[in-house]
Design a protein around this ligand. Structure first.
Ligand code: ZN
Length: 438
């Protein structure tokens, strides 16, 4: 599948060039709906078996309605003698998302009500949307806006808002058990690299990985426009939600900041699993408590669903200066950072798939390890970074049917992979047996 070189001593390398995929998707103009979302999904479908779903405009989903579909062909601001000052063709950030069509001469004062700039970052174009605003607007650098001192300008927005549909993408790999891991990423941002595209690229690579390796838990990946996409999916899958055992929203995974994990609403075991992987990853990281803001975790964790879904990112949305500006570009996203983000989540998926609960077959006292060849087995594993005698003692002690392997790993301060190896030895020696599924 991959002929990419494994860099020395590093983590698992993704099956595709993640930065290359980000570069391919970057120029496309995306929004909640419209051609750019479909074009993006069509590119993803070259890598993974992706079902593309269409939800018609006006469909009632929970407390919302699917909006009209937005199409934009061009948007310009010109001087009255025809000189182009702002052109959507140069940057799709220039037009406010969901701008309605407009054509006319407007005074500078009137135009000012429709112009967004960043006075503190005067050379950057902001990213703004007005999905439900019934308005139009432009985003430009403050440097440019301050040079625009004519009395009036010619504004042209060739767009339309019409009945169509909202598109999203769904990948599903069935597992050996009904329970599932859910991964989601947003697909509604135009040319922004870290916010949206990094999560999309990593999610695609993870889907390719699991399709190749197989998965004990079902593996579902959703590529959704923000909020209304998640709400549409939830509304259409209400009888399916109990199968979601672990969930993760992926965003901002390509910058060089440390990892941040925002916990689920109710402290689900995904929180322990991510914390464990980050703790043993060697990467700087922070764990953040749930709050009802951010990405689609706020939909998945709304009270009647309360799904076990957290959010993994590097730099936190809204806190880095490039966020929602033209500086969130292809240079801001680093190939190495994308690759390491992928490797961390790959390790997490292996953990989730291997996490089980065992019980001692005869739990009275310590079993005699030597008689079962277990000292020899441990000595044989040692050079390969396998289980130690201590790991085995932890497993044999905590295999009481109430501690998962992850809980054993956390309680003993041991990496999950070593505890899992010790459990395999104990299982082969018929000292433990599996209870339940995890
Ligand atoms: Zn965003």
């Amino acid at each position: 599948m991959s002929n990419r070189k494994r860099h020395a001593g590093a983590d698992e390398v993704p099956p595709i060039d993640l930065h290359g995929l980000v570069r391919e998707l970057f120029p496309i103009n995306r929004s909640l709906t419209g051609a750019g979302v479909r074009e993006t999904l069509a590119i993803l479908a070259r890598y993974i078996r992706l079902e593309i779903r269409e939800v018609p405009s006006g469909t009632a989903v929970l407390d919302w309605h699917v909006p009209l579909e937005w199409s934009i062909r061009s948007a310009t601001i010109k001087t009255l003698d025809g000189r182009y000052l702002v052109d959507f063709a140069n940057s799709n950030l220039h037009v406010v998302g969901y701008s309605k069509p407009f054509h006319g001469v407007v005074s500078r004062a009137e135009l000012a009500r429709h112009v967004h700039t960043l006075p503190d970052q005067p050379d950057l174009i902001p990213y703004r949307t007005g999905y439900y605003a019934d308005d139009w607007g432009f985003c430009l650098t403050d440097d440019l806006w301050r040079t625009m001192q004519d009395d009036s300008y010619l504004v042209d927005i060739d767009s339309d808002l019409s009945s169509g549909s909202l598109a999203y993408g769904e990948f599903f790999l069935p597992g050996e058990v009904p329970d599932e891991v859910l991964i989601t990423a947003h697909i509604c941002h135009p040319s922004l690299a870290n916010d949206n595209l990094s999560g999309i690229a990593v999610a695609v690579a993870l889907a390719m990985r699991q399709a190749q390796l197989g998965s004990r838990l079902g593996f579902r990946v959703l590529f959704l426009p923000a909020t209304i996409g998640a709400i549409s999916w939830l509304a259409r899958n209400e009888d399916h939600l109990e199968k979601i055992r672990y969930g993760l929203v992926l965003t901002c995974l390509g910058d060089s900041g440390g990892f941040h994990y925002k916990q689920s609403r109710s402290g689900a075991s995904i929180d322990d699993a991510v914390a464990h992987v980050l703790r043993h990853s060697g990467h700087p990281h922070d764990i953040m408590a749930f709050d009802p803001y951010g990405y689609d975790e706020r939909q998945f964790c709304s009270p009647a669903f309360d799904l076990p879904v957290g959010c993994l990112m590097r730099s936190v949305h809204g806190t880095f200066p490039e966020y929602h500006t033209s500086a969130d570009d292809l240079d801001f996203v680093k190939p190495d950072a994308l690759d390491r983000s992928y490797a961390v989540i790959a390790t997490l998926l292996d953990l989730l798939n291997a996490n089980r609960t065992y019980i001692r077959i005869d739990g009275r006292g310590e079993p005699q390890l030597g008689r079962r060849g277990l000292y020899r087995a441990i000595a044989g594993q040692k050079e390969a970074g396998g289980a130690s005698q201590m790991d085995l003692l932890w497993v044999l002690n905590l295999a009481d049917g109430r501690h998962s392997l992850l809980e054993m790993a956390d309680r003993s301060g041991t990496p999950f992979s070593r505890i899992a190896k010790a459990a395999r030895l104990a299982l082969e020696a018929k000292l433990i047996k599996e209870v339940g599924r995890d």
